[in-house]
Design a protein around this ligand. Structure first.
Ligand SMILES: CC(C)(COP(=O)(O)OP(=O)(O)OC[C@H]1O[C@@H](n2cnc3c(N)ncnc32)[C@H](O)[C@@H]1OP(=O)(O)O)[C@@H](O)C(=O)NCCC(=O)NCCS
Length: 221
């Protein structure tokens, strides 16, 4: 677990990123540009994360938490077009120095808002159990996730895993989850208020643990 004050090294200075009341590094939540998408593929590979969706799925869309210097605090992907019956959520990632601040929850909030806006009642994700056991348990305990079988999902969704660099290798025990979008969105709104997906890009402040007042109304122009 991180200490209450994480230190982030930047090229020119050392900034302190507080978990207390004061936000010291503003972030921008935005849809990734084409260049950023390519960058994230490289960064994800470096982190040992899968890049199958971004590399091979035509409908895969990516949003990022952009830092002041153009680097990223994290990112996540969503795809409602490649397999419309199974809208997919993928590649949620927050860099370790930014974890525990509520940013992972914020990325999920974007997922639910986006899916709800697109008229999707369900979302689906692939998870690897050995490295994500605790997270998986937490998700299942939330009341809006359930385990879904490969048979229920069908070969189109499940077969895409074969294009993944982790398939049969780093991805040992695989699990598929289905999320009830309305319930998940309601939980996110209870945590930090509504998020207008049409307002991206937007500035966020990551000072408060739960990012309650984190979503500034004002969109970044
Ligand atoms: C998972 C991840 C995105 C969470 O990011 P984060 O910014 O730390 O998340 P948050 O601060 O919003 O945490 C939200 C809650 O989830 C919990 N949580 C976060 N990561 C967890 C994990 N791996 N296992 C169990 N619980 C976890 C936090 O403890 C927190 O709970 P609380 O609010 O009750 O204290 C981040 O740890 C990460 O990038 N991990 C590596 C990539 C990964 O595993 N992605 C998910 C693949 S499906």
């Amino acid at each position: 677990m991180q200490s209450s004050l994480a230190t982030i090294n930047t090229p020119d200075t050392t900034r302190h990123f507080s978990k207390g009341a004061v936000a010291l590094e503003p972030l921008t939540l935005a849809w990734a540009s084409r260049r950023e998408r390519e960058l994230v593929i490289g960064l994800a590979i470096r982190e040992g994360r899968q890049t199958m969706n971004l590399r091979t799925m035509p409908g895969a869309e990516l949003f990022v938490l952009r830092r002041w210097d153009g680097r990223f605090a994290g990112w996540a992907g969503v795809d409602v077009r490649s397999d419309p019956e199974h809208p997919e959520l993928f590649s949620q990632f927050v860099y370790p120095e930014f974890r525990g601040l509520g940013l992972g929850g914020l990325l999920e909030h974007v997922w639910w808002s986006f899916l709800d806006h697109a008229g999707c009642a369900k979302g689906f994700m692939r998870m690897e159990l050995d490295s994500n056991d605790a997270l998986c348990e937490r998700r299942l305990a939330s009341g809006y996730y359930r385990v879904v079988t490969a048979e229920e999902l069908g070969s189109r969704f499940v077969g895409a895993c074969r294009k993944c660099e982790l398939f049969g290798n780093a991805c040992g025990r695989q699990i598929f989850l289905e999320v009830d979008v309305r319930k998940a969105l309601a939980a996110s709104i209870r945590s930090r208020g509504p998020l207008d997906i049409a307002a991206l890009p937007m500035r966020i402040s990551a000072g408060d643990r739960q990012l309650t007042a984190a979503l500034e109304e004002e969109a970044v122009q």
